[in-house]
Design a binder for this molecule. Structure first.
Ligand SMILES: *Cc1c(COP(=O)(O)O)cnc(C)c1O
Length: 409
């Protein structure tokens, strides 16, 4: 290449979100692919039937449960935004966690899981994995390389990570932890639902990246889906193999909706990131608030790691109230909000508020705050309307008659 030649520039993410996975999907010239529903796949002859089974690792029609032309463009666009080579779409975000956990372990193995892990993943480790002879140790998500190294056992095969935690927003030093894991022959799994495309897992030492597409990819709170993305043939064989063994499947209609969602995700996220940061900064100035748990906010816990490893932030964060506000008062505040629904899940166009103190399980002694924690998801509403709603709800918090403390809270 001559010195003055401009290297071909990779299109920016928003551009790729509009175009990735679309090659060859146009039917009759329409922009979007049709929904292909199907179980039986007809073969022209027996040789065709025999040949099909050689393709279980590829995007080839074999039988409905192995995926088809509505799954493939979604798999391709998710692999593209995460920077992986292969993606398996599964029925929910939780299935995207349990499938690789089964794929990367066998009886007698040991896995390391952060204390901040998504609750149902903890239940899976303590229930089914344990029943199948796999032992779990929960670690402080803020642990450093030396700390995690000390927790490895000869039979540790998986270092599971999630950064930040989806309730208390602890950031993890993924590159440092991954280096330790790889030196000990373990695989690094990460729940990258918060990071979406802002965190590029495969450039940071992650071997298998999990997403709850239910959140921002779907974006409208109406579909449950998950993805498992990898970037080596060996990892793909493991993930794909266990997904097929389990009969993991997602409806083509749901994949089609997720595919529609992903095309607008770039602008939704840009707006939601900005609104989230503005509401978080507004809350940090409030006298009722002790701390805002938003890694994208300067001076917040974990901000340095976020700045180093992430190119943006989603709109899910936590608010810790001053300790004099009781649980009953925070619940009354949540109920007083009119634009924020009380609900789990996140990533849709609407704002949500969820008091979390007392509803999360920790066993490694982390995630405790003096005050009550309220988790907020910021949707696509105008920030001024959201802060006005929070303002009137904070008045309800201050006026709550519970006094200084709930008995037994
Ligand atoms: C919601 C969520 C999941 C699970 O996704 P579902 O599609 O609801 O099963 C997994 N991880 C995180 C961090 C989540 O917030």
């Amino acid at each position: 290449m001559p010195d003055d030649a401009v290297p071909p520039q990779k299109p920016r993410l928003t551009t790729r979100l509009s175009h990735a996975g679309r090659a060859g999907t146009h039917v009759h010239g329409f922009v979007n692919p049709p929904v292909h529903r199907g179980s039986t796949v007809l073969y022209p002859d027996m040789a065709g039937r025999r040949a099909a089974f050689a393709h279980r690792l590829e995007q080839k029609l074999v039988y409905g449960v192995m995926g088809g032309p509505t799954h493939w463009p979604l798999e391709n666009v998710i692999a593209e935004i995460e920077g992986g080579t292969h993606c398996q779409i599964v029925s929910s975000g939780l299935a995207a966690i349990t499938t690789p956990l089964l794929g990367y372990t066998r009886a007698g193995d040991h896995v390391l899981v952060p204390d901040s892990v998504y609750g149902p993943a903890r239940s899976f480790c303590d229930g089914m994995l344990k029943r199948f002879g796999v032992e779990t140790t929960y670690y402080d998500p803020g642990i450093d390389a030396a700390g995690i190294a000390a927790l490895f056992q000869p039979n540790t095969t998986v270092l599971y990570t999630e950064s930040p935690g989806s309730h208390t927003f602890e950031m993890q030093d993924i590159p440092a932890l991954a280096e330790v894991a790889h030196a000990r022959g373990a695989k690094v799994l990460m729940d990258n639902t918060w990071g979406i495309h802002f965190f590029q897992p495969f450039t940071k030492g992650v071997d298998c990246s999990i997403q709850a597409l239910t959140k921002y990819v779907v974006g409208h709170s109406d579909v449950l889906l998950g993805s498992v993305t990898v970037n080596t043939p060996d990892d793909w064989e493991r993930v794909r193999g266990v997904a097929l063994s389990l009969g993991q499947y997602a409806s083509p209609d749901d994949c089609w909706l997720a595919l529609r969602g992903v095309r607008t995700m770039g602008v939704r996220l840009e707006r939601q990131m900005e609104s989230g940061l503005r509401v978080a900064a507004w809350l940090r100035e409030r006298p009722e608030v002790a701390e805002v748990l938003h890694p994208g906010l300067p001076s917040a816990r974990g901000h340095e790691i976020w700045k180093r490893d992430f190119s943006g932030a989603c709109s899910l964060f936590g608010v810790v109230f001053q300790p004099q506000f009781s649980q009953a008062a925070v619940h009354a505040m949540a109920e007083a909000l009119s634009l924020f629904g009380i609900g789990a899940s996140w990533g849709g166009y609407e704002s949500l508020a969820l008091p979390t103190t007392g509803f999360i399980t920790r066993t490694a002694g982390t995630g405790r705050f003096e005050g009550q924690v309220l988790r907020l998801h910021i949707g696509l509403e105008a920030v001024e309307d959201l802060t006005a709603d929070l303002e009137q709800a904070l008045a309800v918090l201050r006026a709550h008659p519970s006094g200084l403390q709930d008995p037994g809270s």
